[in-house]
Design a protein around this ligand. Sequence first.
Ligand code: S3P
Length: 440
Amino acid sequence: MVATTYSVQPSQVIEGAVRVPGDKSISHRSIILGSIADGITKVNGFLEGEDTLKTLAAFQNMGVKIAGPNNGGVIIEGVGINGLLKPSEALFMGNSGTAMRLLAGVLAGQKFDSQLYGDDSLSNRPMSRVSEPLSEFGAVIEMENEEYPPLKIFGNQLTGVNCELKIASAQVKSCLLLAAIFAKGKTTITEPALCRDHTERMLKGFGYRIDQDTIARKVSLEGGGRLTGTTIEVPADISSAAFFIVAAAIARNGKLKLTDVGINPTRSGILSLLDLMGARIVVENKREVGGELIGDILVRSSVLKGIVVPKESVALAIDEFPVFCIAAACAEGRTILRHAEELRVKESDRIESMAIGLRTLGVKVKTFSDGLEIEGGVIGGGEIDSFSDHRIAMAFAVASLKASQKILIKDCANVATSFPRFVSLANSVGFNITESSDKN
Ligand code: S3P
């Protein structure tokens, strides 16, 4: 294993224009749907991160010819919904919960058995959230203690069901929508709160009929249909852009443009939260590309105020809370986040990871089972453990825009799962990060 450390010196100016890498959620889905479509799918702007490359390699292992990625370009020769082949080995999903949960949905309805496993972090993430509803379709999945990876999936003929989700999770919803394609009959899924809808949008882009009742938060589809290969333009990932948005907002001199960012309303919760805090953010040049809304985001230095996060924003900003906590630590007054217990089962326990790191930097933090309370104020320096979590590592790099001293961030190798070349892009707009790697 290579241990990667970021040594981040305080800086005060963030300026320029950047396009962050492609959206991770959309990149995973482009490979999955492209592989089971009939004909060729061309993907532009694919995220060449470790997570999405795991999904790509898994489908190659199931006999799908995929060329690339080459500068974000991927060409998939879809095999149709009956064309996947038994993989030659257990499929390694690395750090990626999305890859594991979405693939579980695809694999449960195949004519062959398969296995999915992951790294240490993924091996400790809950999977009964997908195996339980999948078992209602007739899926047969075995796991460690009926909860943890590896997943042993015994391919079976599935039958469509009516399913009320217990948690607001796009991964669970998408897993079930994918299983539904391979199931006999109709599936209807109801979600408890609005969460990201990239799967639904992309299914339509592949010509698959789905029925949506957005008010009742219901989506239905008939199994056994056909997807037709298409072209997918992947927008820049708002979850990656969020680090730069907060950096520019808290910098003494911040003036930054982020181009082509996906601003799908089920993903843009961070923009509403920062707006509530008083951030100077303008979204320009809004347009729809391939069923997804994108825009250019302009951010300037701002005086932020503490807020109480509205409950309905939680699922819409779920991946952005690490960097949101940095914004809260730089705001005047107190910020309260509740109803966010899902943060405890992400790549790390993000409530604890953020609380521990913020306290190291001298910030007052209280934790709850479902959130945190952060008192804005002065940020010092110190040594932070990222707990191998990419978003914790990048969030603490952003704290350097307000910190009085150097911040050393340990265990940053997993930044490559979602944001290849984060350090060079960040330094190009004014961060001062030195990366070092040691073999241990
Ligand atoms: C994702 C959904 C979210 C998010 C993850 C990606 C997706 O997880 O945290 O990074 O692509 O569907 P949940 O839906 O489980 O909250």
